[in-house]
Design a protein around this ligand. Structure first.
Ligand code: PEP
Ligand code: MN
Length: 338
């Protein structure tokens, strides 16, 4: 950390500050210039509070040298993390494709989506049993019954289950049915929930919050890793902006930027990222081109009747066609879709 003192500040102020830093186990190295004093601080700067330091007498500016996150950082671990689920190595040369309906509605509905997906080679089946809806009157999901349906249908087709958790009280129940726990956009900063999934060893898909910065996104992942669970997959799902012609704005620069900053795999959800079936294909392709490790796409056999997000669902046939279009593109990017 670099601390720049205000112009003309007395040396005593810098000395008081340095004494305090030493008390915290850090090593301040001062540079007394003609106009200003600059203090380089050696040691674990992540424990220091920047705003607190900036409010100290005589301090003009405080600059971090390292990122505020540590365990998720590429600096800490240069080698990419690979999370293996049902034989799919997420974060490797293999492109992971997760597909399925927004919500679990019935066994018939799950079967109608899962069967064609399995036939297309999809190994990771998504579906929400606990749904984070904007209002309390919308379909909230089937809860425990939904989990049972998911597991049954996934097992039948040798698929893994990806499902969302909303509440820490459901952790044991959900963990007993699912292979991957999803933390949705609305819960990205539910720190209690992040810590709870961090205590499990299950793979976790952490979706970016609607208005979260990349730093906040990575700090949320840091919570999970700091509890001992390294199996985190980040998911860019679009952010809220002033734009009205798409459901969310899908910032694909997140993918290469996160790859510079972190070793964690990152996938893209072009379904929530656009909200429109005809935009899913182009953005899925763009995601692969941007270097994404995978995709999460909503598929429903009868979108008109869907209880949530029907308006953005692809039909199984549309999905299978898109998957074929994605394969040569993945190859160009040095990846494969099995
Ligand atoms: C979902 O995946 O169905 C979902 C609710 O996504 P998000 O949290 O990104 O809105
Ligand atoms: Mn959805």
């Amino acid at each position: 950390m670099i601390i720049v003192m205000e112009r003309g500040t007395e040396r005593s102020k810098a000395e008081t500050l340095m004494a305090q830093l030493k008390e915290q186990g850090l090593e301040p190295v001062p540079l007394f210039g003609v106009e200003r004093t600059v203090i380089a601080v050696i040691g674990e700067e992540r424990n220091l509070n920047v705003s607190h330091l900036e409010s100290m007498p005589g301090v003009a500016k405080v600059m971090r040298v390292v990122q505020p996150f540590k365990l998720v950082s590429r600096e800490t671990q240069p080698k990419p993390t690979v999370v293996e689920v049902n034989g799919v190595k997420i974060g490797s040369k293999e492109l992971a494709v997760i597909a399925g309906p927004c919500s679990v509605e019935s066994e018939e509905q799950m079967e109608a989506a899962a069967a064609p997906l399995a036939k297309a080679g999809i190994k990771l089946l998504r579906g929400g049993a606990f749904k984070p809806r904007t209002g309390p009157y919308a379909f909230q999901g089937l809860g425990a019954d939904g989990l049972k349906i998911m597991r049954k249908v996934a097992d039948k087709h040798k698929m893994a289950v990806v499902t969302e958790i909303l509440d820490t009280r459901d952790i044991d129940l959900i963990a007993s049915y699912t292979d991957v726990i999803q933390i949705g956009a609305r819960n990205m900063q539910n720190f209690t929930l992040l810590k709870e999934v961090g205590k499990t060893k299950k793979a976790v898909i952490l979706k970016r919050g609607l208005s979260a910065t990349i730093e906040e996104f990575l700090m949320a992942a840091e919570y999970i890793l700091s509890e001992g669970n390294p199996n985190v997959i980040l998911c860019e799902r679009g952010i809220r902006t002033f734009e009205q012609y798409v459901r969310n704005t899908l910032p694909l620069a997140t993918v290469p930027r996160v790859k510079e900053l972190s070793h964690l795999p990152i996938i893209v959800d072009p379904s929530h990222g656009t909200g429109k079936p005809r935009l899913i294909g182009p953005m899925a392709k763009a995601s692969i081109a941007a270097g994404a490790d995978g995709l999460m796409i909503e598929v429903h056999a009868n979108p008109q009747e869907a209880l949530s997000d029907g308006s953005q669902a692809l039909l199984p046939d549309q999905f299978a066609k898109l998957l074929e279009e994605l394969k040569p593109l993945a190859k160009v990017m040095g990846k494969t879709i099995k």
